[in-house]
Design a protein around this ligand. Structure first.
Ligand code: GAR
Length: 209
């Protein structure tokens, strides 16, 4: 049984999708904790209602990135995580923190990386005039929104799209993509070879569409 710790900063809809899938599909994993850097993160209520331990490590109370990351690491490690899942966790992480969880920390980003790293990805996509957009799950490395890609979901950009309509189309895919990718990890179906992710037994891919 693997322990998953999920980090959120806000709404937590991706966290919710992972929790629901883990419980409904009987993964060999349990959600050991949901931790937020913001006390007002809406997603905390969902986790609490499901009986999942929650914690807040308030980033505003720390004077340096290093001090915050050290406190966060201590809170995460209380739960002996096999995997740390960043689900809308809006913090830039220090290299030491990332190194500590190397090979066992995933992030979801709302673009087809390497296109549009950083913030406002839907605006970037619209301004870039791309015909296709989407989301990426990747292992976290020290460089922001880089790191070996586990899986991507694609959506069309449609005439008349606004940031909101495009974000909603991408988010619906995120809610399938992230549970799929996390499940691959907890079932030991991912390996990183020369910086690339290999999916063992890719037939599970059928379950996301
Ligand atoms: C999601 O769209 C996620 O991909 C994005 O924030 C949103 C969080 O929503 N993450 C990033 O932009 C990270 N760089 P949620 O709190 O409802 O899961």
């Amino acid at each position: 049984m693997k322990n998953i710790v999920i980090l959120i900063s806000g709404r937590g809809s991706n966290m919710e999708a992972v929790v629901r899938a883990a419980q409904a599909e009987g993964w060999p994993a349990r959600i050991a904790a949901v931790i937020s850097n913001r006390p007002d993160a809406a997603g905390l209520a969902f986790a609490q209602a499901r009986g999942i331990p929650t914690a807040v490590v308030p980033s505003k109370s720390f004077s340096s990135r290093e001090a915050f990351d050290a406190a966060l690491q201590q809170e995460i490690d209380r739960h002996a995580p096999d995997l740390v899942v960043l689900a809308g966790f809006m913090r830039i992480l220090t290299a030491g923190f990332v190194e500590h969880y190397a090979g066992r920390m995933l992030n979801i980003h709302p673009s087809l990386l390497p296109a549009f790293p950083g913030l406002a990805t839907h605006r970037q996509a619209l301004e870039g005039g791309v015909l296709e957009h989407g989301a990426t799950v990747h292992f976290v490395t020290a460089e922001l929104d880089h790191g070996p890609v586990v899986a991507q979901a694609r959506v069309p950009v449609l005439p008349g799209d606004t940031e909101d309509t495009l974000a909603a189309r991408v988010l619906a895919e995120e809610h399938k993509l992230y549970p799929y990718a996390v499940r691959l990890f907890v079932e030991d179906r991912l390996s990183i070879e020369h910086g690339d992710v290999r999916v063992l037994d890719p037939q599970l891919a059928d379950t996301i569409s």
